[in-house]
Design a binder for this molecule. Structure first.
Ligand SMILES: Nc1nc2c(c(=O)[nH]1)N[C@H]1C(S)=C(S)[C@@H](COP(=O)(O)OP(=O)(O)OC[C@H]3O[C@@H](n4cnc5c(=O)[nH]c(N)nc54)[C@H](O)[C@@H]3O)O[C@H]1N2
Ligand SMILES: Nc1nc2c(c(=O)[nH]1)N[C@H]1C(S)=C(S)[C@@H](COP(=O)(O)OP(=O)(O)OC[C@H]3O[C@@H](n4cnc5c(=O)[nH]c(N)nc54)[C@H](O)[C@@H]3O)O[C@H]1N2
Ligand code: SF4
Ligand SMILES: [Mo]
Length: 699
């Protein structure tokens, strides 16, 4: 057929969601533009989305299965066929299972990119291992889990309806378009009903400059600030009395509990002036309706993330902003196959006995193993040995806490395989590499499993490169070789049809429609109650009480700085990359050439550092090198380092200089962990900074 413009949704450069149109000629993409007819993204697409074809046709893409042919990390590979690769993988996994038990095999996924992470869960469940590993404990799961435990759902911002106040808390949606809550949704809402805007961020972001109130919080003290807000809202009787009386449990206990968190104490701990703590609490509570748009910073900047997230849900509840138009809502799931069924959660229940969650004391309700716990288990062979790991769509050497430990754990494995689009520092350590197809190269469903109330069509519009296969297909074929074929599908199209079948559509009809949405309904609790044991919002959590955790939200003391490490390092997601991915895409690298650390000019001058100098950033766990940028957007005790860096141009046999500027060299994967979720801090890291000498050597 002649050239034509085909529509799809962007994916794999963040959680995805913008409508794109692609000019296609005989299966080859020629050009990408925003789809101006798309109702969700309204003609918006960022530089990453526009660079989609550069990624898909990049000369460094992995195109064939590769088997290691030398030492790990040496960069010597043998190209093999898919049949050989799948046979080899299945042989190894089944042998280790037979010799050491199914728990000795772990499966791991990074940031979810599509339904393949659910498919991996299915594989783990039917294989019989409890060791399905994700980065969920530092990403989304704190919010989702604490939402579910406290009010029965993940309360997401409702930007479709007018609101009077938006409290943007540790989130930067204009850069991150968080889980498909696109920056344009916030922008449209700000323009439509002109809500008051409160931004809680240690860094003066673009949006903080526009805010009615910017709270320049001390990193890692969000838990304390939330309790300070509750103190003011409750003591000044700014809460919704009716809602609290009818629909919450434990309010009186909370009232007593938060008396300790006085505005003065909260101000001292968070570095936010008392006046601003009062102003923000009142602004949020007195507006009706009001949104808390919470971000990833609340989830991984300390070991009290679970309680910080619970406090935020409680703030939404006591102010009467849960499940109301223009507040934080329970976005109904669209009519698609239930996740329980898809991931086969009820299969092999006996594996729970071998769960690492139980061993480490984190909540047994977590549907995955936090990555730090797996790394520790591999290193210590306790409570048992884990000998094989299959990683899909993740780059643990750069993204997991405590990178050095991660490398040691991978070295120790008997068998390590990965599915990737590109050779990364982590992939370079593998024994076997599967070349994964990427979006536009296969039929896909976006946002399945996410709690935002819709799924998106991401159809195949291009011919796949080389011998790449989608992760879904790789897992399906691997399952057959493992002898688990009866639990999987003849081919992936059948699987996709089953996922969308409850909607009454087939995949082709879904593709044409582009989106499937859940039924819009508010105040559902009035008919059904909240989906918690008591049917109310559990301010005092019966579940955590039973589990031996604190049933009321608490605040921890922030990470301590001292003379050796007087500064606090924070980070955020890179605007022009996805985590550690895509540093080799030229148009994006031109926008962000090298890793930087932002320092307040006064701090810089105290260290005789000038803009552009090479500096060492040092924590108790290691040192990395970055280039200095001076910025007044930060407190002078805080530095902001770029995250996710390695250097594709520096060559595979040095693992692409993975340690040079990787901020997870500065973090730790060891305890203490968040007691419920196993979270380790990824930011709020005490550190110091040193200048390099004139030759660029770090002193
Ligand atoms: N210090 C610090 N550490 C952090 C964070 C932080 O803010 N600070 N953020 C944390 C968060 S929120 C998260 S979610 C994790 C993310 O952790 P990861 O998921 O490990 O991060 P990515 O860099 O996205 O790794 C994804 C890899 O998947 C590959 N990939 C992309 N698409 C596909 C695909 O379709 N199939 C396959 N097989 N591969 C694909 C990419 O090439 C890339 O190398 O990192 C966490 N780590
Ligand atoms: N461009 C791009 N988009 C992405 C991603 C990406 O890598 N690149 N990753 C995706 C993923 S997996 C995720 S989880 C989301 C995350 O997206 P967001 O939720 O927006 O999270 P971050 O960008 O990590 O951080 C947001 C803000 O938190 C601030 N911050 C840092 N420390 C603290 C603190 O202690 N307290 C408070 N209150 N704020 C703090 C930072 O300065 C930053 O402005 O983005 C997704 N979208
Ligand atoms: S904002 Fe996200 S979904 Fe939209 S074009 Fe950019 S990367 Fe794609
Ligand atoms: Mo994430």
């Amino acid at each position: 057929m002649d050239r034509q413009w085909l529509k799809t949704h962007c994916a794999r450069f963040d959680h995805g969601g913008c409508g794109l149109k692609v000019l296609v000629d005989k299966g080859k993409g020629i050009r990408v533009l925003p789809d101006e007819t798309n109702k969700r993204s309204k003609g918006y697409a960022c530089a990453k989305g526009i660079a989609s074809l550069e990624r898909i046709y990049h000369p460094e893409r992995l195109l064939y299965p590769l088997k290691r042919n030398g030492e790990r990390g040496e960069g010597r590979w043998e190209r093999i066929s898919w049949d050989q690769a799948l046979e080899y993988a299945a042989g190894k996994l089944n042998r280790i299972k037979k010799e050491s038990g199914s728990q000795a095999v772990a499966f791991g996924q990074g940031a979810p990119k599509g339904p393949e992470y659910l498919m991996l869960m299915r594989l783990a469940n039917f294989f019989g291992t409890p060791n399905l590993v994700t980065t969920g404990h530092v990403c989304h799961w704190p919010r989702e889990f604490m939402g579910r435990m406290t009010c029965g759902f993940l309360p997401v911002p409702d930007y479709k309806n007018p609101t009077e106040c938006v409290m943007l808390w540790g989130s930067n949606p204009f850069h991150t378009n968080e889980e498909g809550i696109l920056g344009v949704h916030l922008k449209t809402s700000l323009m439509r009903s002109r809500p008051k805007l409160i931004v809680i961020d240690p860094y003066r972001t673009e949006i903080a400059k526009e805010a009615d109130l910017w709270l320049q919080i001390r990193p890692g003290t969000d838990d304390l600030l939330a309790l300070g807000f509750l103190h003011i809202i409750i003591n000044e009787q700014l809460y919704d009395e009716n809602f609290v009386k009818e629909w919450t449990m434990g309010f009186e206990l909370l009232k007593e509990h938060i008396q300790a968190y006085t505005p003065q104490m909260v101000s001292q701990g968070t570095w936010v002036s008392e006046e601003k703590v009062f102003q923000a609490a009142r602004l949020y509570a007195e507006a009706g309706p009001a949104i808390i748009h919470w971000g990833n910073a609340v989830e991984n900047n300390g070991i009290n993330t679970s309680q910080a997230c619970r406090s935020l849900v409680i703030l939404m509840a006591v102010t009467g902003n849960l499940d109301v138009p223009g507040g934080n809502i329970d976005a109904a799931i669209p009519p698609v196959m239930s996740l329980r069924k898809f991931i086969g959660i009820d299969h092999s229940p006996e594996k729970i006995k071998r769960s690492l969650r139980k061993h480490y004391g984190v909540s047994p309700r977590l549907p995955f193993v936090p990555s730090s716990l797996l790394i520790k288990t591999i290193l210590e062979d306790s409570p048992y040995q884990v000998k094989a790991l299959f990683i899909q769509g993740s780059n643990p050497l750069i993204t997991y806490a405590g990178s050095q430990m991660v490398l040691e754990a991978i070295r120790k494995l008997e068998f390590f395989m990965i599915s990737e689009n590109f050779m990364t520092p982590t992939a370079a350590m593998a024994d076997l590499v599967f070349p994964a197809a990427t979006n536009m190269e296969y039929n896909d469903i976006g946002h399945y499993g996410l709690a935002h109330g819709y799924v998106l069509a991401r159809p195949k519009i291009l011919a796949p490169q080389g011998e790449c296969r989608s992760d879904m297909e790789i897992i399906n074929e691997l399952a057959k070789r493992l002898g688990l074929g009866k639990y999987f599908w003849g081919d992936i199209q059948q699987c996709l049809e089953e996922i969308v079948a409850p909607s009454g559509l087939d995949y082709e009809q879904f593709r044409r429609q582009g989106i499937l949405e859940g039924e819009k309904k508010f105040y559902k609790y009035r008919e059904e109650g909240f989906r918690t044991p008591s049917g109310r919002v559990e301010i005092y959590s019966s579940i955590f009480k039973k589990g031996g955790y604190n049933p009321l939200p608490t605040a921890n003391s922030p990470e301590k700085t001292d003379a050796d490490y007087p500064l606090i390092m924070i980070n955020s997601k890179p605007k022009n990359f996805f985590h550690s991915g895509y540093r080799h895409i030229e148009s994006l690298r031109r926008k962000h050439g090298e890793p930087m650390v932002r320092i307040h000019p006064q701090t810089a001058s105290e260290h005789e550092i000038a803009a552009g100098d090479k500096v060492a950033l040092i924590s108790a766990y290691g040192r990395i090198h970055l280039k200095a940028e001076l910025s007044e957007a930060l407190n002078r005790n805080v530095v902001k380092a770029d995250y996710g860096w390695w250097f594709p141009e520096k060559g595979e046999n040095e693992l692409f200089a993975w340690k040079e500027s990787n901020i997870n060299i500065l973090t730790s994967g060891n305890p203490p962990y968040d007691p419920i979720l196993g979270t380790t801090p990824l930011r709020s890291i005490p550190c110091r900074i040193e200048r390099a000498d004139k030759k660029g050597r770090v002193l």
